[in-house]
Design a protein around this ligand. Structure first.
Ligand SMILES: NC(=O)c1ccc[n+]([C@@H]2O[C@H](COP(=O)([O-])OP(=O)(O)OC[C@H]3O[C@@H](n4cnc5c(N)ncnc54)[C@H](OP(=O)(O)O)[C@@H]3O)[C@@H](O)[C@H]2O)c1
Length: 345
């Protein structure tokens, strides 16, 4: 076609003209092909290179990057929900790094025993202050007043909002009793907000501090978290809260971070055995402390990070379907256990 078009243009139908146009159009085609191949190769190379750089960065962050000198933030760390699970493991790790601890919990006996265990392991050199407060039964203002009063004169450099409440098992939104809904919003949202509010002024004064909010995989790892709606929504609040105050206070020397655990074997999850993806609180705690002061949002454990990467490869619709089915199964088992307990009463 190009050949005849060339000849029409020249109006003189001779072979020479046809050959010239033919040669030109071949050259144009070759150039076009070369351009396409080069562009596609460049895009391919850039994306492979980018993935390689991301992988190297991931290896650096997960395995090689040294942790910050946490004592530089201040000599005391305040941890809420430090009597069990992740919070207790965090308290031990911070004590091992020579920090003094403000332990916040609702159960005085558990607080006492956590404090004695820490002293037993690390000796009397770790200063421990215990604050007994039920975060589900106090108003935000009351919580702030208590914390402000108790930390007066202490150089609190690290705050970890770890205390959290979840459903006993998966439930539809209308099945949640008001007491549970209130504890979740009070502990997961209100307490974390007001405790941050009461600790921040001290950090602002010295222009140094680290705030860690323990979020949840429900916010990012899966596109939805049906049958744990209020819990997931409360953790989404924490993620956004962290993101915003991280920007507000970065210039003032305060590092705010939202950390995301996936599965940790604690009384909240009722998981007992650990595995590649289900971590012990101690392993999680170590990784969590190592990440303090870095990204405003992170999954501190490498195996959780791998899990997240794999899940992201799946389409949202498939994940939504799977998560819903999985939680329906958990609900069924929970209801069965409930009715068994009712019969035993
Ligand atoms: N475990 C996981 O797989 C997982 C996954 C994602 C996110 N998270 C988050 O990680 C955090 C820690 O969870 P965990 O698994 O370690 O749970 P956990 O073992 O149940 O520990 C929760 C801690 O919070 C305290 N707490 C609960 N309600 C409280 C209240 N009303 N007032 C004061 N303290 C209260 C508990 O005190 P008591 O000792 O008195 O009960 C306990 O010390 C939570 O924010 C949770 O949402 C955990």
């Amino acid at each position: 076609m190009e050949l005849s078009f060339g000849c029409i243009l020249s109006s003189k139908t001779n072979l020479k003209c046809g050959r010239k146009v033919y040669t030109f159009s071949m050259a144009a085609m070759e150039f076009e092909n070369l351009f396409i191949i080069t562009t596609v190769s460049a895009i391919g190379f850039i994306s492979v290179f980018k993935s390689f750089i991301n992988f190297l960065r991931w290896v650096w962050v997960m395995f090689l990057r040294p942790s910050k000198n946490l004592k530089e933030y201040g000599s005391w760390a305040l941890i809420t929900g430090s009597t069990d699970g992740i919070g207790k493991a965090l308290a031990f790790d911070l004590a091992s790094r020579g920090l003094n601890l403000v332990l916040v919990g609702r159960n005085p006996l558990k607080l006492e025993s956590t404090s004695s265990e820490i002293h037993e392991k690390y000796g009397g050199k770790v200063g421990i202050k215990k604050i007994v407060i039920d975060l589900a039964k106090s108003s935000g203002k009351e919580i702030a007043q208590v914390i402000e009063e108790e930390i007066k004169g202490l150089d609190v450099g690290i705050l970890i909002n770890n205390a959290g409440v979840a459903y006993p098992y998966a439930k539809f939104f209308h099945e949640i009793d008001s007491e549970l809904a209130e504890s979740i919003t009070k502990v997961n949202i209100e307490a974390a907000t007001w405790i941050t509010w009461s600790v921040l002024p001290g950090m602002l004064k010295k222009k140094k501090g680290a705030i860690v909010n323990i979020g949840s995989a429900s916010t990012v790892v899966t596109p939805s978290y049906p049958l744990y709606t209020i819990y997931a929504a409360s953790k989404a609040y924490l993620a956004m809260f962290s993101r915003c105050i991280s920007l507000e206070y970065k210039q003032q020397g305060i590092d705010v971070q939202c950390q995301i655990p996936i599965f940790v074997a604690t009384k909240m999850t009722k998981l007992k055995a650990t595995s590649f993806f289900i971590l012990s609180p101690e392993i999680y705690g170590k990784a969590s402390i190592k990440s303090i002061g870095y990204e405003h949002f992170c999954l501190p454990c490498w195996s959780h990070s791998v899990q997240w990467f794999l899940l992201r490869l799946l389409p949202d619709a498939l994940l939504n379907w799977y998560v819903f089915r999985y939680f329906l199964g958990m609900r069924k088992r929970g209801l069965k256990k409930d009715s068994k307990n009712q019969k035993l009463k």
